[in-house]
Design a protein around this ligand. Structure first.
Ligand code: NAP
Length: 248
């Protein structure tokens, strides 16, 4: 079975690791090429956009791909749309591997908002010193909040426009709760803004916010497309294994 894994997430790397070395699977991982030094999955990797849905269609046909697993980040909307369109155009089955979102527990002070613009609107009422972890695509929504101070964290330096008053730290998860607590304390953070990415790699900031009583503005996920969907690597492996007999 020739499998294309649309990746760029820890979950995609774990799926590829689970299939690696199994002779019944030939796996290619695809990365967007966003970060200068990507965390590479095992095995065959291609890097860079396909050229829209049409480019992906051409790639799938050229490589005789049997199955696509979309294991991209829950907020990578365009890639997922293209994968759905290419699956429809080629008939290549598409599995969406999407980890579960986070749920608030006792002690959490979460404000769920639909998008970055709504997050920017509620922020001034919640504090002045903001830890913003929404990713570079959403920064523009916060650029006009000149009275607030922002701590930004990203793998590579974020592109403008940035908030007027901000400090950027470059780092890549996973992060520990101890380190996140220290970071929030050191920068006197009043409020955390994050997206509902789910997963373990970046959940420690939520633990730290809970312990310190820091409110969290949580951006909702974009809706997932209809179609076969699993939330864990084990389920994805089983789904692929179940389809093997059809290829014999
Ligand atoms: P996006 O907005 O949905 O995609 C924009 C374009 O980037 C796509 O149309 C595609 O270009 C290309 N692309 C995206 N993912 C790709 C992949 N895995 N392989 C090949 N091309 C890809 O995506 P994004 O939000 O910028 O995310 C880019 C990558 O970073 C994804 O792999 C995602 O899993 C990872 N990531 C994203 C986030 C996030 O917050 N969005 C966080 C962590 C990791 P073409 O149209 O030319 O094919």
């Amino acid at each position: 079975m020739k499998v294309l894994v649309l990746g760029g997430t820890g979950q995609a790397r774990r799926l590829v690791a689970a299939l690696h070395g199994r002779p019944e699977f030939t796996v290619t991982s695809s990365l967007a090429g966003r970060v200068a030094v990507p965390a590479l999955p095992q095995g065959d990797v291609r890097i860079g956009g396909f050229g829209g849905a049409d480019g992906l269609v051409a790639w799938l046909r050229r490589h005789g791909t049997d199955v696509v697993v979309d294991a991209t980040h829950p907020f990578a909307v365009r890639m997922t749309e293209n994968a759905v369109a290419a699956g429809a155009a080629t008939g290549v089955p598409l599995l969406l591997l999407r980890r579960a979102g986070w749920t608030a527990g006792p002690g959490d002070r979460w404000h769920r908002v639909p998008d970055a613009v709504s997050a920017a609107a509620v922020l001034p009422a919640l504090g002045e010193r903001v830890f913003l972890t929404t990713g570079r695509g959403d920064l523009a929504a916060f650029a006009g909040l000149d009275r607030l101070w922002f701590l930004l964290r990203s793998v590579d330096p974020p592109p403008p426009p940035l908030p007027l008053r901000c400090e950027v730290i470059q780092a890549r998860g996973p992060f520990t709760a101890d380190a996140e607590r220290e970071l929030l304390r050191e920068h006197h953070i009043d409020v955390l803004v994050t997206r509902d990415s789910g997963g373990e790699m970046t959940a420690a900031k939520l633990v730290a916010a809970r312990e310190l009583g820091v409110p969290v503005v949580m951006l909702a996920r974009p809706p997932a497309p209809a179609g076969p969907t699993v939330s864990t690597v084990d389920e994805a492996v089983r789904w692929l294994e179940d389809r093997l007999p059809a290829l014999l």
